[in-house]
Design a binder for this molecule. Structure first.
Ligand code: CA
Ligand code: CA
Ligand code: CA
Length: 379
C-alpha cells in the first residue's frame, strides 16, 4: 500500500505541478545543441583572447550564454567572449566552462571544463612571471614575542633584538618581474665558468658537488657576475620576499604558518648533528638537496625556504624598513654587508621565515649560500 502511494506521488505530483506552471507548457521543448566551440589552445597573458560557441535551438528559442573562467562568471548573454588574459596566468591552465540555455530547460553545459594553456612565449626559460602588486613586507612588532618563543626551541639564547631588523612591517609596491624557478645549479654555474674563464666557487670539488644541486661557495660579487653574464640581475630584498610569499598574505613561510615537516623544505633536520637541528624530523638531506626536491610555492618557485640561502642585491641596514620607499625599493645606497634570504640546510626550520633578514659580507663564500636571478619584464 505504501509503495503504491509513493508511485502515485512520483508520477502524479509532477504532472499537477507542471499543469500549474507556465513554463511546463513547453514539455516538448527541445534543448539547445552546442555545435562547435572555437577556442585557442594557448593564449598570451596580457593580450585579448576570443572564445566562441556556436549553438542552435531546434525550436528557435533565443539562447543565453554564461561563460565561467577559472570558476568565476566572466560574462553572460553573448556567444562570443572577449577576455583580457591576466599576466599571472602565464604558463598555467585556464578552465573555461560554457553554459547555454533557452530558459525552458536546465542549461546545456560543456561536458567537462575546457582547459586552455596560457603561455607567454616571450617569457624566459625556467623563470616564472611574478605579477605586479603590493604586499606587507617585514614583521609587526606585535609578532616578536611569539617568534622569540619559537626561536628559543633551537637557540635558547635568542633575544627579541634578533627580529628588530624585520620591523616595521610596511607596504611595498613592485613592478612585475621574472624570477628563476630554481636556485642556480652547479651545472648552470659551470657553463658560466667554462664560457668566461671565471674562477670556480669555493668547495667546488669538495662539498657535495652534483650538477643539479645549488651552487654554493659564491660571493655576492660572484653572484652579480653570473647574473650579468646570464642577462639577469639579483633580486632586491623586497622582490625576493614578495616572490617567496607566493601571493599568501601575512604568512610566515612560503606555504603558510606551519613549521616545516620533512616534506616542505631542506633545513637542519635530524640527519645533521648540530646544536640547533630539529632532532624529531627528517627531510632526507644532510647538506644540500637537488634543486626543486620539495614542493614549490604558489608562484611556482622552489626552495624559497631552505636548501641554500640566496644573495639579494641590497646592502643590509637594520633600520631601512623605517625609511624604505614604497615603490620598488632597492635598499640603502651604501653599507658594508649584503643581505641573504631564505635560510639553508644548516639552520633550523624557524629560520626559513620569508621575512627573515641576515647580513653577510659581500666577499664571503659560504657552503650554505647560493643565489637565484631575476629579470625585468620590460628591459
Ligand atoms: Ca528550445
Ligand atoms: Ca636537511
Ligand atoms: Ca633557497
Amino acid at each position: 500500500m505504501k509503495s503504491i502511494i509513493i508511485i502515485a506521488l512520483y508520477y502524479f505530483v509532477p504532472i499537477v505541478l507542471c499543469l500549474s506552471s507556465l513554463t511546463c507548457g513547453r514539455g516538448d521543448n527541445a534543448k539547445p545543441v552546442i555545435e562547435k566551440l572555437i577556442l585557442p589552445t594557448t593564449v598570451q597573458p596580457g593580450e585579448t583572447a576570443v572564445f566562441k560557441v556556436v549553438a542552435l535551438d531546434p525550436d528557435g528559442d533565443q539562447l543565453t550564454y554564461i561563460w565561467m573562467i577559472n570558476g568565476e562568471i566572466s560574462s553572460t548573454k553573448l556567444s562570443t567572449m572577449i577576455w583580457e588574459v591576466p599576466q599571472i596566468l602565464a604558463g598555467r591552465k585556464i578552465d573555461v566552462v560554457i553554459s547555454v540555455s533557452d530558459s525552458f530547460n536546465e542549461p546545456v553545459v560543456t561536458k567537462s571544463p575546457l582547459k586552455i594553456q596560457a603561455f607567454d612565449t616571450r617569457h624566459p626559460k625556467n623563470m616564472v612571471l611574478i605579477p605586479v602588486g603590493e604586499f606587507e613586507m617585514g614583521t609587526g612588532a606585535d609578532q616578536i614575542p611569539q617568534l622569540l618563543r619559537s626561536a628559543k626551541q633551537y637557540f635558547p639564547d635568542a633575544e627579541a633584538s634578533w627580529f628588530e631588523n624585520e620591523t616595521p612591517r610596511h607596504k611595498v609596491c613592485l613592478d612585475a618581474f621574472y624570477m628563476d624557478i630554481y636556485e642556480v645549479s652547479n651545472a648552470q654555474y659551470k657553463k658560466f665558468i667554462d664560457k668566461t674563464g671565471y674562477h670556480p666557487p669555493l668547495y667546488w670539488n669538495t662539498f657535495n658537488f652534483a650538477p643539479n644541486h645549488p651552487v654554493v661557495g659564491v660571493s655576492w660579487h660572484d653572484a652579480m657576475a653570473y647574473a650579468k653574464w646570464a642577462g639577469k640581475r639579483l633580486p632586491t630584498e623586497a622582490e625576493w620576499e614578495y616572490a617567496a610569499r607566493g601571493g599568501l598574505v601575512g604568512k610566515k613561510y612560503p606555504w603558510g604558518d606551519a613549521e616545516a615537516d620533512g616534506k616542505r623544505a631542506n633545513f637542519a633536520d635530524k640527519t645533521i648533528n648540530l646544536n640547533w637541528s630539529n632532532k624529531n624530523v627528517s627531510d632526507g638531506y644532510k647538506y644540500t638537496a637537488s634543486i626543486g626536491a620539495f614542493p614549490p610555492n604558489d608562484y611556482g618557485l622552489y626552495d624559497m625556504a631552505g636548501n641554500v640561502f640566496e644573495w639579494c642585491f641590497d646592502w643590509h641596514d637594520a633600520g631601512y624598513y623605517a625609511k624604505s620607499p614604497e615603490y620598488n625599493p632597492t635598499g640603502p645606497i651604501s653599507g658594508t654587508m649584503r643581505v641573504i634570504r631564505g635560510s639553508s640546510w644548516s639552520y633550523p626550520p624557524t629560520r626559513m621565515r620569508v621575512s627573515r633578514r641576515i647580513e653577510k659580507h659581500p666577499t664571503s663564500m659560504l657552503d650554505y649560500v647560493g643565489f637565484r636571478c631575476i629579470k625585468n619584464v620590460v628591459p
